[in-house]
Design a protein around this ligand. Structure first.
Ligand SMILES: Nc1nc2c(ncn2[C@@H]2O[C@H](COP(=O)(O)OP(=O)(O)OP(=O)(O)O)[C@@H](O)[C@H]2O)c(=O)[nH]1
Ligand SMILES: [Mg+2]
Length: 396
């Protein structure tokens, strides 16, 4: 098992435990993170922040200097937990043109996503699978090969699209195929006849559901966001959640005011792509533990806030009915089997206990259940979150 053995910011495998003295941890921890009180002017307008219209720039090396009325957020979490989806929701709310451009550009990613699903699934089909025709069988064989599948998807016509839809019905019925690894598999394959047509225009929902693994961290600033009686400049950084990249998260921790740690509730019955022997939710808990360890080493730790977003609540609700949490987390002993609320509360308690074990006051941690694909995410979550944070800042 590929277990993280030490604090990520200090280097994987580092044998040195961090002593309380070395952490510089302040005695008093307050719940309210604040923008730095000594900041008077904003480095602002010329700061080279990224935007999706700017060729996916790398945010590495960009400074996150605090300015008056600014709040710096950082999205953290393991791969596929929903960080970029939340990033898109911030765009939708505060930079509508960026969201619209991203949505229009997602056509290519959606097509590629559908292609890769077919390659992945057709490779799992057993030899004795029965196909509606020889043509569909031959299509299934060709799609197993990445190059051939690319050729097919570059030359789509109505006939091929109809055959893909027929092949999808074969895949869906095959118990050997692990179809449900990603939430969006079903979503796009069920509507592939619409998505693969030349005149297809993605909806907001399609864009939010479209999965493109983040390759480089990205940062965006939203100016003049009204919250309460003032306007604020929000900076949001999205990172790559892959196991190999997590160490790079820690470089700008110092300047971050609020950490949004995103964990997928729906990961409870899945294993990691990077290590198929490891439960994904367990990996997220361990990664959270590493984040907590690093956080307490910061000298301005008491001015920071942590919000855990237990995401994919929609998918969790559906899954729990068929596959109980206790099967994957035996220490969970529910009063009522398959109970969604009890199951959610257990996961929440696991995150809070993880922080507590690291000596962090759980009052500093806010936990919310979210569904990042929800149309109302902006109003329900982002608005409420900002209102709450600003109130805390004003209270001091
Ligand atoms: N059903 C459901 N799907 C979600 C939710 N949030 C995100 N997704 C989907 O989960 C997939 C992964 O989401 P991303 O936002 O790309 O995940 P990420 O954390 O940015 O992953 P990396 O970039 O690999 O670190 C996408 O297909 C999203 O549409 C949710 O609340 N419910
Ligand atoms: Mg991402």
């Amino acid at each position: 098992m590929n277990k993280l053995k030490s604090c990520l910011c200090c280097g994987v495998g580092s044998p040195e435990p961090i002593s309380p003295a070395a952490t510089g941890r302040p005695k008093k921890k307050s719940h309210a993170a604040q923008p730095h009180p000594d900041a008077t002017d904003c480095p602002g307008e010329n700061m080279p922040l990224t935007s999706p219209t700017q060729n996916n720039n790398n945010s590495k090396g960009l400074s996150l200097k605090p300015c008056a009325n600014s709040i710096n957020f950082m999205l953290l979490g393991t791969s596929g937990s929903g960080k970029t989806t939340i990033f898109k929701q911030f765009d939708k709310m505060f930079q509508a043109d960026v969201f619209t451009n991203g949505r229009a550009a997602s056509i290519i990613a959606i097509k590629e996503f559908v292609r890769s699903c077919f390659t992945r699934f057709t490779r799992q089909l057993p030899d004795d699978t029965s196909y509606p025709s020889e043509e569909i069988q031959s299509l299934a064989m060709s799609l197993q090969d990445t190059t051939e599948s690319r050729d097919i998807f570059d030359n789509l016509d109505d006939h091929i699209i109809d055959n893909l839809a027929l092949l999808w019905t074969v895949i869906k019925e095959c118990s050997c195929v692990a179809v449900c690894q990603q939430e969006s598999d079903y979503f796009f394959l069920e509507k592939l006849q619409e998505c693969l047509k030349v005149n297809y225009i993605p909806s907001d929902d399609d864009y939010l559901r479209c999965r493109v693994e983040t390759q480089m961290s990205e940062r965006r600033r939203y100016d003049n966001v009204p919250v309460g009686s003032k306007t604020w400049a929000l900076t949001l950084t999205d990172v790559r959640g892959n196991k190999d990249d997590r160490r790079s998260w820690f470089g700008s921790f110092d300047e971050v005011d609020y950490f949004l740690y995103v964990a997928s509730l729906a990961d409870y019955n899945l294993t990691m792509e990077e290590d198929t022997s490891k439960n994904r939710l367990q990996d997220s808990l361990e990664t959270f533990s590493d984040v907590m360890e690093c956080l307490k080493t910061l000298s301005n730790f008491s001015r920071k806030g942590v919000i855990v977003l237990l995401n994919k609540e929609d998918s969790f609700k559906e899954k729990i009915a068929k596959d109980p949490l206790e099967k994957h987390f035996p220490k969970f002993q529910p009063n009522r089997p398959n109970d969604v609320m009890e199951s959610k509360m257990f996961v929440k308690s696991q995150f809070l206990q993880t922080a507590k074990k690291k000596g962090i006051d759980t009052k500093m941690i806010d936990v919310k259940f979210t569904s990042a694909i929800d149309k109302k995410f902006g109003d329900k979550i982002i608005h409420a979150l900002l209102k709450n944070i600003v109130q805390q800042i004003i209270k001091g």
